[in-house]
Design a protein around this ligand. Structure first.
Ligand code: ADP
Ligand code: MG
Ligand code: MG
Length: 370
């Protein structure tokens, strides 16, 4: 059925499915990795049992580091889940080693393949449909942090260096502005001003991390709603997935990226700014779920840093869009020439509203730490 290529077949044998496997077919709609569903014979016919992926080594330049991070964290989680009396086969991903005991298989072209168990009876939401889901999302990512509270984060590979170094993101912006390759600076003066006025903000969390006031933790770095599987029966958050970007980082950054994406009233690339607002009620729901899990794990300084995380992740994201716009759209995929500028504007709108509501954002944190 179109996937009879040599590398795929090799991978199936390398992971030991060769003789038992019923069939394999393309899975999902990801555009980064090549993904296949592996079906095995079950009691009621063939069952989707494993997910097999050929990793895009252009995006993940250090696949061995990525896989070591994933194995380290998921094996640790399995143990934690067992101690909580949970089901480690459903509440975390189980990655499978090759027959020769490696955590990934390198095919004839040197490309890495990896494999994990499919989790049946789960659902995944692209957008917040019910506010309750956003509460669940805070609870799930909070629980993830709590479970990994004693994991030695310094043992993780920093597979994308300086991913959330907002100061370096600002510096990259300054370079792009100075070079102004496409002569676009003239078309976005207010947005440029917005960023330049916030240079000092960019250092708030980075400085605290560097001088030891904020600890490095295991962070997920893609804390979107669609990276949680919900239990189809109970509707509760079940399993955190999409672990490629696990790295040492700040709790505030994972928290902040969830808020940036989930507590907004419009899409990241909405052109009509009147539709884009920061939703304080959604923020509160996330905070409630998140702090119920983490308030006894996070330090006082970390708890205080959470609203800053929301502000700075949103600012950083806007800075990256504006930088790419100035550079001629070489990083983010764009559908029209101002696409990145439109995206930067929505982010800056959110930042502006977060700044105006910053006291309230802090009060809400206080309310749920009591
Ligand atoms: P991407 O990096 O492309 O976002 P993900 O790892 O998030 O890749 O997987 C894409 C989608 O595939 C998920 O949003 C989810 O719907 C589904 N999925 C991924 N892993 C599993 C799994 N173990 N069990 C069930 N569904 C899964
Ligand atoms: Mg994903
Ligand atoms: Mg991913």
């Amino acid at each position: 059925d179109g996937v009879d290529n040599r590398n795929l077949e090799d991978a199936i044998y390398a992971f030991g499915f060769g003789n038992r496997c019923s069939y394999v077919k393309p899975f999902g709609a990801g555009h980064i990795n090549e993904t296949y569903a592996v079906y095995m014979p079950g009691e009621d016919g063939d069952e989707l049992s494993y997910v097999l992926q050929r990793v895009n080594s252009n995006v993940f330049k250090d696949p061995a580091g990525v896989m070591e991070n994933i194995f380290g964290v998921t094996e640790y989680l399995r143990n934690e889940i067992r101690q909580e009396g949970g089901n480690p086969d459903r509440e975390t991903l189980s990655y499978i080693k090759t027959k020769s005991g490696c955590n990934y298989f390198e095919d004839g072209e040197g490309e890495p393949w990896r494999c994990y168990n499919f989790i049946p009876d789960s659902v995944c939401y692209q957008l917040v449909e019910e506010p309750e889901q956003f509460y669940q999302s805070g609870s799930s990512f909070g629980h993830f942090l709590k479970q990994l509270g004693n994991y030695p984060a310094s043992r993780l590979h920093e597979t994308i260096p300086d991913f959330h170094n907002t100061v370096k993101r600002f510096e990259a912006f300054q370079v792009a502005l100075k070079r102004d390759l496409k002569n676009r600076a003239v078309t976005c003066k207010p947005e440029i001003r917005f960023v330049l006025d916030r240079e000092a903000d960019c250092g708030v969390l980075v400085t605290k991390q560097e001088d030891g006031r904020l600890p490095l933790r295991v962070t997920h770095n893609d804390t979107k709603l669609n990276n949680i599987l919900f239990d189809a029966k109970t509707g509760k958050g079940l399993c955190i997935i999409d672990l490629d970007t696990i790295m040492p980082g700040l709790a505030a950054n994972d928290f902040g990226d969830s808020i940036r994406f989930g507590a907004a009233t419009a899409a990241e690339d909405e052109r009509n700014l009147d539709l884009m607002h920061f939703d304080l009620n959604l923020y509160e729901l996330y905070v409630k779920g998140y702090l119920e899990e983490t308030k006894d794990v996070l330090t006082e300084e970390e708890i205080k840093s959470l609203p800053w995380g929301a502000r700075l992740m949103t600012l950083e994201c806007g800075i990256r869009f504006l930088t790419d716009y100035l550079q001629g759209d070489t990083y983010f995929k764009t559908e029209y020439p101002e696409h990145n500028l439109v995206r930067a504007r929505t982010q800056f709108r959110l930042v502006d509203e977060m700044e105006q509501n910053f006291d309230k954002m802090q009060e809400i944190i206080q309310k749920y730490t009591k």
